[in-house]
Design a protein around this ligand. Structure first.
Ligand code: E4P
Length: 214
């Protein structure tokens, strides 16, 4: 499973990249707003740090506007993936982008049927939001299982990118189910590195090392 960092903060992205565990980046308008920076400048800076797919999100809801933003982002850097919301118009834009070789990530996906349509339209990635689904007492990870099964049934090539990840259990379950990608906030990536027995083990080795003649 690939790991993307879910952030528009270049310092966080640099830190995660330096850890050696990330393959790409996802951003969205809310993450961009937190930075207080110009979005285009941020995306260009991220592209200098990370050699992998970088999702830049469109905000137009009409076809012409979506495509204008798609072309704008696509020409910015070869690694840009255009993030498009899951709407009827969005599917049309996904099909158009696919026909022109522009990669897409369809965001705000909350049902297996939406994911089926995204694959039919030729989306490169589908982003089901597990955390926001859990928030309304639905089973976020069950949605991933359903999409995995449907895509495998018909050999769809669209990649399942598990989004809205809130904790390490989401990451483990995404990997067990066979998701293609998990996009993870830096705080959760750091949680993945931790285990109390690792810390206890290091402490014991350091104490015992003091007893070894130098
Ligand atoms: C990533 O592509 C999504 O926009 C993001 O994971 C949403 O996460 P949230 O539900 O925590 O805002």
């Amino acid at each position: 499973m690939e790991i993307f960092i879910d952030s528009a903060d270049v310092k966080e992205i640099q830190e995660a990249w330096d850890m050696g565990v990330i393959d790409g980046v996802t951003t969205n308008p809310s993450l961009a707003a937190k930075t207080g920076r110009n979005y285009d400048e941020t995306i260009k800076e991220i592209a200098k740090i990370v050699d992998g797919p970088i999702s830049a999100e469109t905000v137009s809801l009409d076809f012409a506007g979506m495509m204008k933003e798609a072309y704008h982002f696509a020409k910015m850097h070869k690694n840009i993936v255009v993030k498009i919301p899951m709407t009827e118009v969005g599917l049309r834009a996904v099909k158009q982008c696919a026909s022109e070789g522009i990669k897409t990530n369809v965001t705000l996906t909350f049902s297996a049927n939406q994911a089926l349509l995204i694959a039919k339209a030729g989306g490169t990635y589908v982003s089901p939001f597990v955390g926001r689904f859990d928030d309304i007492s639905e089973e976020g990870m069950q949605l991933i299982e359903h999409i995995r099964q449907i895509y495998d049934n018909y050999d769809f090539k669209t990649k399942i990118l598990v989004a809205s990840i809130r904790n390490p259990i989401h990451v483990r379950d995404a990997a067990l189910i066979g998701a293609d990608v998990a996009t993870i906030p830096l705080s959760v990536i750091k949680q993945l590195t931790k285990h109390p027995l690792t810390d206890i083990g290091i402490q014991k080795f350091l104490e015992d090392w003091k007893k070894v003649p130098q």
